[in-house]
Design a protein around this ligand. Structure first.
Ligand SMILES: Cc1ncc(COP(=O)(O)O)c(C=O)c1O
Length: 403
């Protein structure tokens, strides 16, 4: 047995199920799930149609590198969205959603685990839990960079001692962030890249929420743009992760891609060939249709914008919550125990959210050892507009009656 498996923490939803165990919510209120990060908008019909029309292609094994057409569609989208040019031959790989890709990337990149100095994988805190699990299973030490209201939810890269950067092999960034919704600026990304150059590590930029942003005039930048701005037109040390799950509301399709430094993509492809995670051809053909169309992504974004616009005026008089720059989560400060808040909300309103502390780890800071997710909760605005508005009224009622 791989002893490192014992290092893995329970997934946040397992802990949530335990927290809710034994509670009977009011029967008269239908349940609303705002805990999950699963988009609930209808998948675009042309994507479903492209999938259906290509089912005949199930008769052959797909290649891990993907069809040239798939890689070209991803490269074209990067060009339109970020104005960056990547070679579809050497700089792009399809992946079965970013979750598996993020995990596999760390397994392929981390080395030297038997040497005296333990490799480090650095990540924001709170984080998407796959980053931590990937680091632990690869034999690296996860190092957490707290993202709090004080640092505007930007990881403080300068707080990491040089000794730790020296051991760092992979730095995860997530922009727009889950759960904070914070967007990392081009300046921030360039600074991260400077550190990567200085200390010789790779940056894995999780950009799976890159298409969900509020301001149509200020879309979140990509690490690839920062690389270009720093003169690295072959994206040295940079890999970005993109997904159709949130952009096109097709989490079940399991489709995304990675792009970046060909010197990293090549060994990663080798790893993936052995791992056996090629994307089925019908999935690729449906994905091409999705990446080639921007109108449905804009309509999707408008729907999220409407939800924030409707929900926030209901919540803000009673809850310390701001509109995030990107993503589809609210990340309010509840000024109290986040587990108790979550449990009571479920018990009285039949509404499930996620305690913020489940998404983060204790870390030592200026104020002692604290969990930077504590006293916050994550509320996903994934349900329909009406359901989200109904949920906001329930949260308001809960807060007004529990005072
Ligand atoms: C930050 C982040 N990264 C990656 C993923 C994985 O998305 P997918 O595997 O569907 O592309 C998620 C899903 O919730 C996420 O929140």
């Amino acid at each position: 047995m791989n002893g490192r498996l014992e290092l893995l923490a329970a997934y946040p939803f397992e802990r949530l199920a335990r927290l809710k165990d034994g509670i009977t919510p009011p029967a008269g209120l239908p349940h609303i799930a705002m805990s999950i990060g699963e988009p609930k908008h209808a998948p675009p019909s042309f994507v479903v149609e492209a999938l259906r029309a290509s089912l005949g292609r199930l008769d052959s094994y797909p290649a891990t590198i993907g069809l040239p057409e798939t890689r070209a569609a991803c490269a074209h989208w990067l060009q339109r969205r970020f104005n960056v040019t990547v070679s579809p031959e050497t700089m792009v790989l399809p992946v079965n959603g970013t979750r598996e890709a993020l995990f596999a990337f760390v397994q392929a990149m981390v080395g030297g685990t038997d040497s005296a100095t333990r490799p480090v994988v650095a990540m924001p805190n709170p984080f998407y839990q796959i980053y931590e699990g990937a680091a632990l299973l690869a034999g690296a030490e996860p190092v957490f960079l707290d993202t709090t209201a004080e640092n505007r939810f930007q990881p403080d890269l300068d707080a990491i001692p040089a000794e730790v950067w020296k051991r760092c092999q992979v730095l995860f960034l997530c922009s727009p962030g889950n759960p904070t919704g914070a967007v990392l600026s081009l300046e921030f990304l360039r600074h991260a890249l400077e550190l990567a150059e200085r200390h010789d590590f790779v940056i894995a930029s999780d950009e799976c929420y890159a298409e969900l942003y509020r301001d149509e005039h200020a879309p979140p930048p990509s690490l690839l743009q920062a690389a270009l701005a720093s003169g690295h037109d072959r994206f040295r040390r940079c890999v970005v992760f993109h997904s159709l799950s949130k952009r096109s509301s097709v989490p079940g399709l399991r489709s995304g891609f990675v792009a970046g430094d060909p010197a990293l993509i090549r060994p990663y492809l080798l790893y993936r060939t052995y791992h056996g995670c090629a994307m089925p051809i019908p999935t690729q053909l449906a994905s091409i249709a999705a990446w080639n169309d921007d109108a449905h992504a804009a309509a999707n974004r408008a729907l999220y914008r409407e939800k924030f616009a409707r929900v926030l005026p209901i919540l803000q008089p009673v809850l310390d919550v701001v509109e995030p720059d990107g993503g589809f989560y609210l990340w309010p400060d509840v000024h109290g125990d986040d587990e108790a808040f979550t449990r009571e909300l479920f018990a009285t309103q039949n509404l499930t959210i996620l305690p913020g502390s489940y998404l983060a780890r204790d870390s030592r800071g200026a104020h002692g050892t604290v969990n930077p997710g504590r006293q916050r909760v994550r509320i996903s605005l994934v349900a329909s507009v009406d359901e989200c508005v109904g949920a906001a009224h329930r949260i308001r009622k809960f807060l007004e009656t529990s005072k």
